[in-house]
Every structure is written in structure tokens, then in C-alpha cells.
Design a protein around this ligand. Structure first.
Ligand SMILES: Cc1cc2nc3c(=O)[nH]c(=O)nc-3n(C[C@H](O)[C@H](O)[C@H](O)COP(=O)(O)OP(=O)(O)OC[C@H]3O[C@@H](n4cnc5c(N)ncnc54)[C@H](O)[C@@H]3O)c2cc1C
Length: 394
């Protein structure tokens, strides 16, 4: 491949001709994980490109309803989720934009003895991991949210649960990345990655990008990206739905969940009620999320109405689906790509909108040669490391 073929029109400047690589790091995938990693790498002094096949943060990072709940995270993730929560709160400082961060408190409800026992056990574990969660009786729960169902027997409460507006992420990161001189290439689908001396070449249709290091940040498409480099990443694709009602007067204050069932429920500032929690639709990594399953939609709404009966008065306006990546053990993959020197991976984080900004910061610290503030989620401990297929003998 010739150099002119590697450099897109307008990108062949003197600087790129001199070095081994155009960039110190190319991040493949411009979702929340890729964008925060890129931002912190650029602030650490690296020349960074984000190569995104569509617009920034339009996949999972823009399709999620932005719930920041400490009650839905595994204990091992809570220290990271608390840091992520803090980053959304302080987004005007580090990202340059208010992300609609709001604290509403969160209630998780039990309706019978079995669910109450489970709730107590699970929330105790999460409280021990640092989340400010308390177990409260049904009367106190109804003081916090008078609209609750009279069938509630026990609840847990987390005063800091809230949300941020995920639809602002693309706009916020586009401005922030450009301000920090990250080369943002939207509409550039990467089709393969090859070794190039000590670095990599990312092939994108008629163009290419060269970089010394790469970060794979492709959400549910991480599995496909791993294959380019001979690594079988343990990433599954889920297709969760979100249902939204018409605008209503105030119906509920806190974020509501139900022990042992799929529900996250909240009323947005504009009065609409967002009903989610992970009920599945139909889709995959090739076609996206394409069909809502009527039974799933009905069950999701029924559960919401069981928790907050006034929701029964609302008309449903629409439902949408997104693709969510899930790693093994509900834990993300953040660290070195096993067996491929100078390649890194970040993603497969369930509920990753909450801790995503912090995971990106951690990976950037690792790549910059600093000690990460908290341990990474080393992919090598979840998969067998193959020999580098692109670099024989390494
Ligand atoms: C419906 C839904 C509801 C959710 N609800 C919540 C919630 O309430 N709270 C919470 O904390 N989390 C929630 N999540 C999870 C959260 O949204 C994700 O964990 C997080 O956004 C993942 O970010 P990401 O950057 O890893 O992936 P993505 O945002 O999916 O980004 C991956 C990017 O890679 C790009 N890409 C893929 N292939 C290529 C290629 N070949 N070349 C170039 N670019 C490529 C894609 O276009 C995409 O932009 C939800 C997810 C979904 C789908």
C-alpha cells in the first residue's frame, strides 16, 4: 500500500509524513468509552484520532436513557460507578457542558418475602462496596414516593441515584475532543486492521489511518474487531428496549426499580416517563435493533404500572431498541488486548453509561504509563491470550 493511498485527501501534512505513524493512538469507535479514552490521552500529550463509522455517541451511548443508579451495579463495579457518577456531575468542568445531571434518589421495591430477602442480601453487599444504600420499610418508601403501589412490602433507597442526558454525549464530546486537538473522523467505518512496522494501519474504505497504538472501543462490535487481530473477545450482544410515555404532570420523583425484575423507571424533566430495565427486543450487530417484541413491551409497562399505578393513565408514545454489549461476569473489559502488543480494548460494560467516563480515564492513564487510579478489568484474565497473529515470534 502506498503512502498516498494511506492518507486521505487533505490529511497528508508534513507532520504525518515524518513519523512512523500519523497518530500516537487511534481509537476505533466513538462511543462514550472511546471518546473519554481519547480525551484523556490527548490531555496527556498524545496525538490521537477517533475513527467512528457514524456520528459520535449514536449507538448505545446515545440510545440509553441515562440512568445513574448505584442499586443496579454489581458490588465489584460500585467504586467505578461512584467515580463515573461524580464525573457526570462535574461534566461542565472536564467536558465543558452540563449533561443534564440530576439527582432524584432511587427506590428498589420488593412485593413479597422472597424478593425482600433477596433485596436485603444484595443491597447489603452493595452498601459494603461503598454505595449509600439503606433498607427502608414500606411506609418510609411511601413517604419518599407517595405514588407507590400499596403492594410494596420493603424497599431499598439510595439518595444519590439520578440520571444524565445521554442524547447530549455526541455534541459534548465532538466539541471537547476538537478543543483538545483530537482528530475526529466521523463517517469512517474501519474495515480491518493490519500491522505496519511498529504500529497499525486501520483500513477504512478508500482511506486509512496509521497509528503507533490502537484502542478498540466498538461496543457490541468489539467481537468483530477482535477477530481482525485474531482475538476472540467474550462480548455478547443484547437488545434492550426503552418505552416512553406522553408528557404527564408530576407522577413520580425518584428512580424506581423492582427487586429481581427488569425495571428502571423515571420521569424526565419534560414530564415523559422512561420505562426500561433490559426487556429484550430483536436485532443483532449486523442489522441493529429492529423489532420490539409486543410481549416484552407489555410486560415492561405492566411492571411499571404495578410499581407506580398512575402510569396506567399514560399513553405510550414510542419504544426504541439499542445494542448493549455484555462481557463475562457482568464486568467490563478494560486493558491490553491479549497477545497483541500496543493494542488495547475498552467496553462490554453493562450499565456502562454510569461508569464509562471513569473507565476511559483509567485506560488512558494505563496507556500513558501512569498508575491507574483503580485496577483495570484485564481482558487476559477472561480469555486465553493467543500469540500475536500479526507479529510472528512476539
Ligand atoms: C437501550 C439501552 C439502555 C441502556 N441503559 C443504560 C442506563 O440507563 N444506564 C447505564 O449506565 N447504562 C445503560 N446502557 C449501557 C450503556 O449505554 C453502554 O454501556 C455504553 O454506552 C457503551 O459505550 P461504548 O462506547 O462501549 O459503546 P457504543 O456507544 O455502542 O460505541 C461503540 C461505537 O463503535 C462504533 N463502531 C462500531 N464498529 C465500527 C467500525 N467498524 N468502525 C468505526 N466505528 C465503529 C459504533 O458506531 C459506536 O459508535 C444502556 C444501553 C442500551 C443499548
Amino acid at each position: 500500500m502506498t503512502w498516498s493511498a494511506l492518507c486521505p485527501a487533505g490529511a497528508t501534512d508534513k507532520r504525518s509524513m515524518r513519523g512512523l505513524a500519523d497518530f500516537d493512538v487511534a481509537v476505533v469507535g466513538g462511543g462514550l468509552m472511546g471518546c473519554t479514552t481519547a480525551l484523556h490521552l490527548a490531555r496527556g500529550g498524545m496525538r490521537v484520532a477517533v475513527v467512528e463509522r457514524g456520528p459520535l455517541c449514536r449507538a448505545a451511548s446515545g440510545a440509553n436513557p441515562g440512568t445513574l443508579s448505584m442499586q443496579t451495579k454489581r458490588a465489584a463495579l460500585l467504586p467505578y460507578a461512584l467515580k463515573g457518577w461524580e464525573l457526570w456531575k462535574t461534566a461542565p468542568r472536564w467536558l465543558g457542558m452540563d449533561m443534564g445531571f440530576a439527582v432524584r434518589g432511587g427506590l428498589t421495591l420488593a412485593f413479597n418475602d422472597a424478593d425482600a430477602a433477596l433485596l436485603e442480601a444484595v443491597m447489603e453487599e452493595r452498601r459494603a462496596a461503598g454505595a449509600p444504600i439503606e433498607i427502608i420499610g414500606a411506609n418510609r418508601a411511601r413517604q419518599i414516593e407517595p405514588g407507590l403501589s400499596r403492594h410494596v412490602t420493603l424497599a431499598s433507597y439510595c439518595a444519590i441515584d439520578g440520571y444524565a442526558n445521554s442524547t447530549l454525549t455526541g455534541k459534548a464530546f465532538r466539541v471537547a475532543l476538537k478543543r483538545d486537538e483530537v482528530d475526529v473522523r466521523e463517517g469512517w467505518p474501519v474495515e480491518g486492521i493490519e500491522r505496519d512496522g511498529g504500529g497499525f494501519i486501520l483500513r477504512c474504505a478508500d482511506n486509512a489511518v496509521r497509528a503507533r497504538r490502537i484502542v478498540l472501543a466498538g461496543g457490541v462490535w468489539l467481537k468483530k474487531m477482535g477477530v481482525w487481530l485474531g482475538v476472540d473477545l467474550p462480548v455478547e450482544c443484547r437488545v434492550p428496549q426503552v418505552v416512553v410515555t406522553e408528557r404527564m404532570g408530576p407522577v413520580m420523583g425518584p428512580i424506581i426499580g423492582v427487586a429481581n425484575k427488569l425495571l428502571t423507571l423515571k420521569q424526565a424533566a419534560n414530564g415523559t416517563i422512561l420505562i426500561g430495565g433490559g426487556w429484550p427486543g430483536i436485532g443483532d450487530t449486523e442489522v441493529g435493533g429492529i423489532h420490539a417484541i409486543p410481549k416484552s413491551v407489555v410486560a415492561n409497562i405492566r411492571l411499571a404500572r404495578h410499581a407506580i399505578p398512575a402510569i396506567g393513565r399514560a399513553r405510550i408514545m414510542r419504544t426504541w431498541l439499542g445494542l448493549a454489549a455484555a462481557g463475562p461476569d457482568w464486568l467490563p473489559l478494560v486493558g491490553d488486548l491479549p497477545g497483541v502488543a500496543d493494542a488495547f480494548v475498552i467496553g462490554a460494560a453493562r450499565s456502562g453509561f454510569t461508569h464509562g467516563p471513569f473507565l476511559g480515564k483509567l485506560l488512558a492513564q494505563h496507556i500513558l504509563g501512569e498508575e491507574p487510579e483503580m485496577p483495570l478489568f484485564d481482558p487476559a484474565t477472561r480469555i486465553a491470550a493467543p500469540a500475536d497473529p500479526l507479529l510472528p515470534g512476539r
